[in-house]
Write a protein that binds this ligand. Structure first.
Ligand code: SF4
Length: 339
């Protein structure tokens, strides 16, 4: 690990002021950033510790919905009574991720900022990685790409400076995408609210950027709209091990039901793209329809439209389709008690 300066912020203003210096990064739970520093993938000049900011509340907001402070730990969020009761999809997603020890440290804001677990990104002995070294190419395209993207990727060839087939690793963010959360941020230009679908980005022609956060901006909270899917929600995660593993594919499915008819739906996938994958047309296609295998398969087809894989991950396309149908089927049967 390269040496770095460390400072501790006790107010948002202090954190934002410290972030003016070049090479500064915020340190929240550190469960991803510190690993990346050890691998020398990240080499901040200064770490500004934001663990002491007053961003640890979960509170109800006007018009229904809740506000989740950026420093709320993943385990506290998953187990909070308001979340367990009203947003079981979020609880299920959080509890499917990482390990209890990591969830005790990891923060809401930090979870949003997680970087891909692409093997070639995390290992600096591979020189070709456009995300880590812009313009260097992509070792994953013709390498071992089992965990990589099937949707929304840029794949112009292994030497193209634009290629990236990495996936976003978070489970929490997939549930937040389906719930249509918003992200509250504060920067030198003031505060702004970013719709969840616009927070993470596809690689496009700049794979080095994971989010639309501007330089020096601090995530202060995530807001969830009033709960619609409390009674019919299911987070499905397919992975190589039953715990402490990232999703090969995951599906966050929430349904608002009237008898056997779907009034509205929230649907997003993880493990398939550079960001949580949500296509609003798939949700619209379910609205007003019977909760049937045919309608669920139709929504899956819309979500997976245009999917294509590589030597080691083509299986994900069928797995994802089956996963969407399964998640919607279980959600329609009613939310099970969160463990
Ligand atoms: Fe790097 Fe993206 Fe290619 Fe992985 S998929 S090696 S992160 S450019």
């Amino acid at each position: 690990m390269k040496s770095f300066a460390y400072s501790r912020a006790t107010s948002n203003a202090q954190a934002l002021e410290a972030a003016r210096a070049r090479g500064t990064q915020f340190l929240a739970g550190g469960t991803n950033l510190v690993d990346l520093m050890k691998y020398q993938v990240e080499q901040p000049v200064t770490l500004v510790d934001i663990n002491h900011l007053a961003l640890t509340e979960i509170s109800q907001i006007d018009g229904g919905g809740i506000s989740i402070g950026a420093m709320v730990r993943n385990s506290d969020l998953a187990n909070h009574p308001l979340v367990r009761t009203n947003y079981p999809l979020l609880s299920q997603a959080l509890l499917s991720g990482a390990s209890p020890q990591l969830r005790n440290m990891a923060s809401t804001g930090g979870n949003l900022m997680q970087r891909t677990r692409c093997y070639y990104f995390n290992d600096i002995s591979f020189s070709a990685c456009n995300k880590r070294a812009p313009g260097s190419g992509c070792a994953a395209l013709e390498g071992y790409n089992r965990i990589h993207a099937i949707l929304g990727q840029t794949d112009k060839g292994p030497t193209s400076g634009e290629t990236c087939i990495a996936t976003h690793p978070s489970d929490m963010c997939v549930a937040m995408a389906a719930l249509q959360a918003t992200v509250e941020v504060e920067g030198r230009g003031g505060r702004r609210t970013i719709p969840f679908a616009e927070f993470h980005r596809l690689p496009g022609n700049d794979p080095s950027r994971d989010t639309t956060l501007r330089e020096g901006e601090l995530i202060t909270a995530v807001t969830l709209p009033s709960a619609k899917f409390a009674k019919n929600a299911f987070y499905l995660k397919a992975r190589d091990r039953n715990s402490y593993a990232f999703a090969l594919i995951s599906v966050a499915a929430g349904l608002e039901m009237e008898g056997t008819t779907i009034r509205s739906a929230g649907l997003a996938m993880g493990g398939v793209a550079h960001k949580p994958w949500r296509i609003p047309e798939a949700e619209k296609a379910l609205a007003g329809q019977l909760a049937s295998p045919e309608n669920f398969a139709h929504a899956a087809d819309i979500l997976l439209h245009g999917a294509h894989g590589y030597e080691h991950n083509r299986f994900k396309i069928e797995l994802a389709k089956q996963g969407v149908v399964r998640a919607l089927t279980v959600a329609a049967q009613g939310t099970s008690e969160v463990a």
